[in-house]
Design a binder for this molecule. Structure first.
Ligand SMILES: *Cc1c(COP(=O)(O)O)cnc(C)c1O
Length: 867
């Protein structure tokens, strides 16, 4: 029975500690150990029971304890100190952002960051994996850096599922309802006290949503909630689950997130200029932005699109095709028919926004394509993934060489203060100075790691390993109890693992491409590795499979079955219900972090970064971030790698996934047997593994300064947010004058382009070309009515590979050099020089150019000579 009216009861606190709720309602505690320790001091048991949620904890703590704390001088002293630091943080006006860009006079946010999932803290289970954790860390760094940013997501009442295994090791999903009134969030209300609502249209009805505000340090996050009494029953449960339900539900969720999100910001009078779509789920925001600009500024669709797109940033996160949303055209028609007609678009023009082939009537509508077509800036999440994404979406710009597609890359990072263990943080404070907390992206600072005495670093790490083992035993015991295991089995959990043994962590989503069972390819060899006398090894495994992914669930079962073998009893454990709390213990206590995706399907990966900054060493396939970070001094590579998606194994091998798996599995076992285990157990007279510790130091110093979200958020700000905001402002000035001009220019160019041709190309290059002499290339082109300033002619010059393709090309601009008969134009470049020897070649091309383009080739129009 749902009540007809609800009200919430706020805990009343004794006056001396009356501001505790303020601390509880700001997630700063999730990365500020000082605030956390205050709550833990208040009541450690309730802190655990509440799953580290101080709001819930305050609702549970008894009056007596509160009064006791309010009269306890020691507690009050800590309380005042924590509050002072909290106030200073929240009110701080001297931030990286303000020093570099000044404060915005109107205090408006500049950026709105949209994400369907967010991993901020274990008590808010609104994440399924890396995407959400990255988004959470993005917000925390944005807060630390003082970025004027707000975030938008959905309020999931049940979140992602909780995982438990049957005795046979088969994953079961449960969806407990979270009590949102004891979550660190508050309902946004209008000035008359009524809840603020936003509406979006669904077929035959309006969907009404509430908005919740979450404070993440200095950043505000808004969550849209469809559980409103006026909605239909099936709409009320729309925001129950993250990635739950069918395609229809997914579409409605994405309509609420994208369209409802833009409306919510506007209803709160927030006017960001830049909209960042973290993955394609939120791409409908672009449609709503365009629609509003058309209405408010009396623009055509194309004009509004130019203006809106100027400030749109899109980050794609997955090289796996199943990770992209596609909606059938009929479904899109049902939900968006009125919407696109109101924008005066034809059905075809609308559907084309989500299609690779605009005219393909049956092609489904793809959210990634919509995002790519409506955002001036697009990026993948590691250098390698950028290349993979360019290859994946090449079809959208068929004339543009892959390397020049307008999809760049910003490599992911992690928010250090959320992941570095308390013990290690104190060591860093001591040997690096406290500035690592605020300027973690300064490499010079991390050189100080070399000065941490081996003994101290090692003892600190061993303490974390002991904590990990104790924590895992507790969780194993709890899961055995839940499963109704026998007393003998429950007793066994006390014996699981050994705090002094080389510990490998393997925790990830159980998607098949992540190949969590690569270790099991040769089970007997693995048993030998685990049980070698004097050099034992243990493995802790965790991770969830998507509820519909039976293949992923089967991988979990295989691991559970292997772990049951008597020879490896207690050496391999599967910990259920992987979450941020478990992740923290794992990355802080493991010696080795293992990652074995099928290359190049891991876009970035971030758990390995978390482990690195805690002193663990990575053993990983050269995919995602590890392709960038790896060097022999900092960790180990499994299998071959390279900067290109095609590098690595030869083509014949790459096309046989089973063979790749076998080779990678063997390479993995070789690395573990020959390098990892011997180095770990190579102890000096003092018991210290000096070689291992040296690597820990180098790994921390090399990885921490680069693979953190401070560096990442600064990159987004400098490369996309600030230029995007400036472009938006310049296109919007004077009643959108330049947006209109740009749209008109694009239209003219697109119409003329089919008639543009390059008629003649001549060069003075002798064959062979002498290395010390430059040559001239001249081309004659017909521009079909375009002005020579509307285009740029370029020489595209490179080496010819064995397949006869140009590679490693340089682009040289050709200058206009007069006219030729037939209304044609001459372009020329002189003194062209070639470096190196061997077979070289060139091409000549024309493409449109305009000062207001965000990226030179965004129109996709390129005319190549003789093609
Ligand atoms: C960091 C993290 C992830 C992402 O890890 P990957 O290496 O990207 O697979 C997933 N889940 C949790 C709980 C995490 O903390």
């Amino acid at each position: 029975m749902r009540p007809i009216r609800t009200f919430s009861v706020a805990p009343s606190l004794p006056e001396p500690i009356a501001r505790l709720p303020e601390l509880a309602y700001n997630l700063l505690w999730s990365w500020d150990a000082g605030i956390r320790s205050l709550f833990i001091r208040l009541d450690r048991r309730l802190w655990e029971i509440s799953q580290h949620n101080p709001v819930r904890m305050l609702a549970l703590v008894g009056r007596r304890r509160l009064e006791e704390a309010a009269g306890d001088e020691g507690f009050l002293a800590q309380y005042r100190q924590v509050l002072e630091a909290f106030d200073a943080y929240v009110a701080e006006r001297e931030t990286w952002w303000s020093r570099r860009y000044g404060r915005r006079p109107d205090d408006q946010p500049m950026v709105a960051y949209f994400s369907a999932e967010l991993g901020l803290t274990e008590s808010m289970p609104m994440y399924s994996g890396g995407l959400g954790n990255l988004a959470g860390d993005h917000l925390k760094s944005a807060s630390d850096l003082g970025l004027p940013l707000v975030a938008v997501s959905l309020m999931y009442h049940q979140g992602y599922f909780r995982q438990a295994l049957t005795p046979d090791g088969w994953q079961q999903e449960t969806y407990p309802d979270y009590d949102i009134y004891t979550m660190p969030m508050q309902l946004v209300r209008r000035s008359d006290g009524q809840p603020l609502t936003v509406e979006v249209s669904l077929p035959g009805r309006q969907l009404v949503a509430y908005v919740w505000r979450v404070r993440v340090g200095r950043v505000e996050l808004y969550l849209l909630d469809a559980n409103v009494a006026v909605n239909t029953p099936e709409d009320r449960i729309l925001t129950d689950r993250l990635y739950g339900g069918d395609l229809d539900m997914r579409l409605r969720q994405e309509i609420l997130l994208g369209i409802g999100g833009v409306r919510a910001l506007s209803a709160m009078d927030l006017r960001p200029r830049v909209f960042h779509m973290n993955e394609g789920h939120s791409a409908f925001l672009a449609l709503e932005r365009i629609r509003r600009l058309m209405d408010e500024q009396d623009l055509t669709f194309d004009e509004a699109r130019e203006a809106a797109a100027a400030g749109h940033v899109f980050t794609t996160h997955t090289p796996v095709p199943a990770g992209h949303d596609y909606f059938p055209p009929e479904m899109m028609e049902r939900y968006f028919g009125d919407f696109y007609r109101a924008m005066h678009l034809s059905r075809q023009a609308f559907m084309a926004l989500g299609r690779q082939e605009p005219g393909a009537e049956h092609e489904a509508f793809c959210m990634t394509i919509l995002a790519l077509k409506t955002a001036a800036y697009a990026n993948g999440v590691s250098r390698l993934h950028g290349a993979v994404a360019r290859r994946m979406w090449q079809g959208l710009w068929p004339e543009v060489p892959q390397g020049e597609l307008p999809i760049g890359s910003v490599t992911n990072g992690i928010h250090l203060l959320s992941w570095v263990s308390q013990d290690l943080a104190e060591l860093y404070d001591r040997y690096l100075g406290p500035r690592w907390r605020t300027d973690p992206d300064d490499p010079a600072l991390w050189e100080g790691v070399a000065g941490i005495p081996a003994e101290e670093l090692w003892r600190t790490h061993e303490r974390r390993r002991e904590r990990l083992v104790a924590y895992v035993r507790r969780r194993l015991r709890a899961q055995a109890l839940d499963r109704g295991a026998s007393p003998a089995e429950i007793a066994q959990t006390e014996q699981a693992l050994d705090p002094g043994v080389l510990t490998i962590g393997l925790a990830r989503r159980f998607a098949t491409y992540k190949r969590a069972t690569l270790l099991l390819q040769d089970p007997d060899r693995l048993v030998r590795l685990l049980t070698q006398p004097g050099r034992p090894v243990q493995i802790i495994v965790a991770g969830k499979a998507h509820p519909h992914d039976d293949a992923g669930k089967d991988l979990i079962r295989q691991i559970v079955h292997f772990a049951r073998r008597p020879e490896v009893q207690g050496r391999v454990v599967f910990v259920e219900d992987y979450d941020i709390a478990l992740a923290r213990y794992l990355v802080q206590g493991c010696d080795v972090w293992l990652n074995t995706p099928r290359r190049p399907q891991e876009a970035s990966g971030t758990s390995g970064m978390k482990a690195s900054v805690n002193g663990a060493l990575n053993v990983s396939v050269l995919d995602g971030w590890w392709q960038e970070a790896w060097s022999p001094e900092v960790g180990w590579a499994v299998g071959p790698g390279g900067e290109e998606p095609e590098s690595g194994y030869p083509e014949s091998v790459r096309h046989d996934p089973a063979l790749v798996d076998r080779l990678d599995a063997r390479a993995l076992m070789d690395v573990l047997e020959h390098d990892v285990v011997p180095l770990f157990y190579d102890r000096g007279a003092d018991g210290l593994p000096r070689g291992w510790i040296a690597r820990m130091r180098r790994s921390i110093a090399a990885i921490a300064p680069h693979f953190n979200t401070h560096r990442m958020v600064k990159e987004y700000a400098e490369r996309f947010y600030v230029p995007g905001a400036r472009r938006y402002v310049s296109l919007a000035a004077d009643g959108m004058r330049r947006a209109k001009e740009l749209a008109r220019w694009k239209q003219v160019v697109a119409q003329s382009w089919p008639g543009v041709r390059i008629d003649e190309v001549e060069s003075t290059a002798a064959d062979p070309v002498p290395r010390d002499r430059g040559f001239t290339v001249r081309a004659i082109a017909f521009l079909n009515g375009l002005h020579p300033d509307d285009v740029v002619a370029e020489l595209y010059l490179g080496r010819v590979d064995p397949r006869g393709e140009l590679t490693n090309c340089r682009v040289l601009r050709m200058r206009p050099a007069g006219t030729a008969p037939g209304g044609r134009f001459v372009f020329e470049v002189a003194d062209v020089r070639v470096e190196g020897s061997g077979l070289h070649g060139f091409q000549v091309r024309l493409h449109p150019i305009h000062p207001d383009l965000a990226t030179p080739l965004e129109t996709g129009l390129v005319r190549w000579a003789g093609v």
